[in-house]
Design a protein around this ligand. Sequence first.
Ligand code: UGA
Length: 438
Amino acid sequence: MKITVIGLGYLGATHAVAMAELGHQVIGIEANPKRLGDLQNGVVPFFEPGLDEALQSVIAKGNIKFQADHTEESREADLHFLCVGTPQLPGSYAANTQYLHDAVRALAPYLREDAVIAGKSTVPVGTAAKLTEVLAEAAGFQPHLAWNPEFLREGTALEDSLRPDRIVIGVNDDRSAELLRKVYEPITAHGTPFITTDIPTAELVKVAANSFLATKISFINAMAEIAEVAGADAVSLAEAIGYDERIGNKFLRNGIGFGGGCLPKDIRAFMARAEELGVGQAVDFLADVDSINLRRRARVVDLLKRELGSIAGKRILVLGAAFKPDSDDLRDSPSIAVAKLILAEGANVVVHDPISLDHVRATEPSLIAEQDLIKAATGAEAIVLATEWSNYRTLDLPAELAPVVANKLIIDGRNALKVAAWQSAGFRLIALGRNVEA
Ligand code: UGA
């Protein structure tokens, strides 16, 4: 099929490559000149394992091209995917849907009457209905607009796109259902569940899924708060409850909490939208989910102060800057938030990360970004593991760092370290929510 993918950030770039891998002819539209230039040159403008190779392969096959605007060729497309961002509005919890409005207005002159527009961006419920009105006015006919939420995770984005747990489409006409079924046929042929709903349900599915995931993480972090004062162990607790299939063991890792471009903004946008709809109370609990999450960041500073007294003027090393491993995304990163809380106490904060230190230098100049791990650790009074990259979990690391640090204290903010390895290298290890202190 001939398709366009509009907006080539994380979601759009991955979706465009995935569609081209499935054999569709893809035109990617991206307004940002730097991002566009990178993609045209076969370079993914963010870190995502495996995506560069896949991009180069679909370019070589001639299945994909990238441009700044629509051209007459967009009129040949049967299906247009909307993948532009819906960031949090400044000074508000609500999502900014302006980029979607701009995208459909720009598409309208090139839209065939039998073509289908499928929104993939995460949106407040009711957005598709508004976009339909905008498009109908701009195009002069009633468009086929559908919603098709995306569930990919950073770090495993391509795999999640090509082998998703499920595909969800929200439609209110047969043409949309038919084309979306057809575009995903190479995936559903392998048995992937394909769920067809009305449009508001499809819009809600995405925010509901992300709210549930955020709630699971905050639930286990709430248990960690209790475990810490009760002398219990939240990691064993998670394992024990996780064997119950109704609960499941995923997304029950306690630590400094969730961040990134999705979970935090999505729960806030959901609260704002529910309030607008007059049912704010239904998701009041998400405010607690948010506060538990933020409290765990502050807990690291409390532990440092408990152990070191004042941390003013002391050198503290934060391991990891990205919001999770295998990503260079610093958006609402718990690691950066923790580093800045430590900085606010007057400490000298050194940050190490395998791939995202250039972003740290550009966005957080008050943090010391050091690429050499030994140099970063030299003279440190404490180390905080904030992002569980695999290179911080190697068993040799404690012995390598032990001779250079000024004080052998490590706080495991992700419950990712082998406690015995650090203890045998002479470190005092404090893990959030656990009773492993020695
Ligand atoms: C999330 C969802 O998982 C995807 O399904 C969704 O498509 C995506 O948002 C989106 O809306 O686009 P992502 O933001 O890539 O994906 O990251 P996650 O893997 O969900 O992790 C989010 C945060 O939660 C990270 O900071 C991670 O460290 C933290 N986390 C995760 C925990 O603290 N504990 C856990 O047990 C799991």
